[in-house]
Design a protein around this ligand. Structure first.
Ligand SMILES: [Zn+2]
Length: 309
C-alpha cells in the first residue's frame, strides 16, 4: 500500500525527483564577509557631512507608508498584510538601523518581499545586499541600473570607484510596470538623468482624512557634481530633460524622495508631531521640486558648456 501523502508533500516530492528544491534561495552576489565588512567600515566624508548614517526615529508618513531611513538618506517601508516593499537601502553601515527601525514600528524585515532602489548610487544602494540577506526579498531594478547594482560600483560620476556590496537583481522593471502586493500597486516611472536607470515610484494611499492621495517617491534629478559636458554617459542631457517633462504635471500630492532635504523631512515631521496628521500632503511640492531641479540643471549645463568645471 502506498503511503498517504498530502498534496503539498506530493508536489515537494515531485520537485525533488526533478532535481528542484524549494528550500534553497538564490545565491547572493556578496558574501557574508563582504557585507559584514561594509556594514562595519568607517564612514567617509560624504557620509558624515550628509548625515547619511545619523539616526532618525522611524514613523508613519501617511497610510501604509513608513519612514525607516536616517536623517540624511531615506528608506521607506510600504506595509501590506501580505508582506512589504522596502524602497532604498542607504549605505551599508545603515542596515542595522533600518532593520531596527522596521522592528520598532512593529514589522519584521523577514516579511519584506520586494526590495526597490531609486538609483544605483552608494548612498541608496550600499545597504541593499545586507537587506537582501536579512529579508530574502526579491530585488527589483531598472534595466539601466541593473549592471551597476550587480557590479557594486558605478562607472561614472563622483561616486565612481566607491564600491558597495553587489546585489543580485531578481526582476527588471520598465516604465509603467506595476508591482502588486497585498492590495498595493506600485507603478514604476523611469526618470533617468541622475543615473541612466533612475526609477521613481508612485502609489495611491489613504490619508488620515480618509481621502485618497497619490504618493510619488522621486528618484532625484540633481546634477550632484556629475559631468554634463561632456556627458557622463551617452544621452544624459536628453534623459534629464525628458524626465523634467515627464514629471511636470503628474499631480501627485504626497512628494517623497531619497534625501530628507529634498522633501523637507524634518519640518514636515515636526508639523506632524505637532498635530497635523496630513503634514506630508503637499500638492505643490513635486511641481516645485521639479522646477527647481530643472533650473539648477540648465544653469549647471550652461556653466559646464562655457568651460566651467
Ligand atoms: Zn545619487
Amino acid at each position: 500500500m502506498l503511503p498517504r501523502m498530502k498534496p503539498a508533500a506530493i508536489v515537494l516530492a515531485s520537485l525533488a525527483l526533478l532535481g528542484c528544491t524549494t528550500a534553497a534561495s538564490p545565491q547572493r552576489l556578496a558574501s557574508d564577509a563582504v557585507i559584514d565588512a561594509a556594514e562595519r567600515a568607517p564612514l567617509d566624508g560624504y557620509a558624515t557631512s550628509g548625515r547619511w548614517n545619523a539616526p532618525f526615529a522611524p514613523f508613519n508618513v501617511i497610510g501604509n507608508i513608513y519612514y525607516v531611513g536616517t536623517e540624511g538618506v531615506s528608506s521607506f517601508l510600504i506595509a501590506t498584510p501580505h508582506g512589504h516593499f522596502l524602497l532604498d537601502g542607504a549605505i551599508a553601515q545603515t542596515v542595522p538601523q533600518i532593520v531596527a527601525n522596521i522592528s520598532a514600528l512593529g514589522f519584521d524585515v523577514g516579511d519584506v518581499k520586494y526590495l526597490l532602489n531609486s538609483h544605483a548610487h552608494i548612498d541608496h544602494a550600499g545597504g541593499l545586499a545586507g537587506l537582501q540577506r536579512a529579508s530574502g526579498a526579491a530585488m527589483v531594478a531598472s534595466a539601466a541600473d541593473r549592471a551597476t547594482l550587480e557590479a557594486g560600483a558605478i562607472t561614472y560620476g563622483p561616486s565612481a570607484g566607491m564600491a558597495f556590496p553587489p546585489i543580485r537583481v531578481d526582476r527588471v522593471v520598465g516604465d509603467g510596470d506595476v508591482l502588486t502586493l497585498g492590495g498595493v500597486a506600485l507603478v514604476a516611472h523611469m526618470t533617468p538623468g541622475h543615473t541612466a536607470g533612475c526609477t521613481s515610484w508612485r502609489m495611491a494611499v489613504t490619508g488620515a482624512d480618509g481621502a485618497r492621495h497619490s504618493a510619488f517617491f522621486h528618484c532625484s534629478s540633481s546634477v550632484a557634481g556629475q559631468s554634463l559636458a561632456p556627458e557622463a554617459y551617452p544621452g544624459m542631457v536628453a534623459a534629464y530633460r525628458e524626465t523634467f517633462a515627464r514629471v511636470r504635471g503628474l499631480g501627485a500630492d504626497v512628494f517623497l524622495a531619497n534625501h530628507g532635504d529634498f522633501f523637507d523631512l524634518e519640518a514636515k515631521r515636526a508639523r506632524q508631531v505637532a498635530g497635523d496628521a496630513n503634514a506630508f500632503v503637499d500638492p505643490d511640492a513635486l511641481e516645485r521640486f521639479n522646477g527647481e531641479m530643472e533650473q539648477a540643471f540648465e544653469t549647471e549645463l550652461a556653466r559646464q558648456q562655457a568651460g566651467g568645471r
